[in-house]
Design a protein around this ligand. Structure first.
Ligand code: MRU
Length: 362
């Protein structure tokens, strides 16, 4: 998307690859909205660490990062021994797959890359195919988000108030975003609407990232505390909810997304407000049979016990908020059952969650 900094507007992708340096290029999302900086990873281990430490986050963005990271690890191999090369690729795959467990996009993306690599007969051929496949995954992610926008924009009418949770914007993908894509498309069609961004504690991706994105695109918005949505729904101040997802089960239509999504879906059902989930196809898990089996990332308690911010002097600092002798529990995601979801906005149309298997499996 376009970013305007000090009066200059430039187009950026969240994730890209510098082939000459064999380096994955990432927007350092932990610094936003206070500083816009691109960093490069030197090797696949650094790429995996960037995913774990949330330099890059969001299902599609970590999918593309893992795809590039696999190509990066494959291209770093020296020699012609295919057996040794395959062992190296397996190690890279495992390291990147373990970097964050809940989103399925990294594993789906790396399977795409490995499938393409298998067409090569030499190490050099496979290395070239790996990078081409990673580029294709990133391009497809961007195309899918555009298509999500085309389908989802129909849901947005003039004057609507829309709630979104966490960041399923372009920073969570390669470009455009999933939950935000219908908003950007509706804006391009001249529609006027207002967005409420859930703050999304503990890491506040709504307050920091989604709000920054919407401000950059001149979309009317306000940040609300996570606990405010029920009150606004009760007063008729929310007409539509659109969120993203880290894993949608193709068999059941259950949706894993940032912690707090389930609560919002329950509230939306109570108030008969349409609740949509926007995803590219790489977010669908066709294998798992029940939402209970989705691995839910447990993150460090410090995220709940305090917060990161920027001081008046411009220094990024962590501040302890909670009682000093208390600990915390910090599950990163929850699972929303299919019956609470009005529709899944995909690049190929909007479906009921339970239709995914029959209509999209092929
Ligand atoms: O922990 P994060 O910031 O990676 O979580 C991101 C979310 O939960 C988003 O809502 C999700 O990835 C859906 S959009 C890709």
């Amino acid at each position: 998307m376009n970013v305007t900094l000090r009066g200059r507007t430039e187009h950026f992708r969240t994730v890209s690859f510098d082939a000459a340096k064999n380096s994955v290029q990432l927007i350092e999302q932990r610094l936003l909205p206070h500083e816009f900086k691109i960093i490069g990873t030197k090797n696949f281990r650094e790429t995996a660490r960037a995913i774990t430490d949330m330099v890059v986050r969001g299902a599609g963005a970590i999918g593309a990062t893992a795809a590039y990271g696999l190509a990066q690890g494959a291209r770093a191999f020296r020699g012609r021994d295919l057996k040794k090369f395959s062992a190296q690729v397996e190690l890279v795959f495992k390291t990147l797959a373990e970097a964050r467990p809940t989103a399925v996009d990294p594993v789906n993306a790396m399977h795409d890359v490995r499938r393409e690599m298998a067409r090569g007969e030499t190490v050099a051929e496979q290395q070239a195919l790996a990078l081409a496949a990673a580029e294709e995954f990133a391009n497809e992610d961007a195309r899918h988000c555009e298509e999500i926008g085309r389908h989802g924009a129909k849901l947005i009418r003039n004057g609507m108030k829309i709630l979104t949770h966490c960041n399923a914007g372009w920073l969570a993908f390669v470009d455009t975003g999933s939950a935000t894509a219908p908003m950007y498309a509706a804006q391009a069609q001249g529609k006027k609407f207002h967005v409420f961004c859930d703050e999304t504690r503990p890491r506040s991706q709504g307050a920091t990232l989604t709000a920054w994105e919407l401000a950059q695109q001149n979309i009317s918005h306000q940040i609300i505390a996570d606990n405010a949505a029920g009150h606004l729904m009760q007063r008729g101040e929310i007409d539509l909810v659109i969120v993203g997802s880290d894993r949608v089960l193709g068999r059941t239509g259950e949706v894993a997304n940032k912690i707090g999504t389930y609560t919002k879906a329950v509230l939306a059902a109570r108030h008969k407000i349409p609740f949509y989930v926007a995803i590219p196809l790489s977010t669908i898990d066709w294998n798992l049979k029940r939402g209970f089996d989705i691995p839910i990332e447990d993150r460090h308690e410090s995220e709940v016990l305090g917060a990161w911010g920027v001081t008046k002097a411009g220094r990024r600092e962590y501040i302890r908020v909670a009682n000093p002798t208390s600990g915390a529990r910090n599950p990163g995601f929850d699972v929303t059952p299919a019956e609470l979801i009005t529709g899944i906005i995909t690049p190929v149309g909007i479906f009921q969650p339970k239709e995914l298997w029959n209509k999209l499996r092929r």
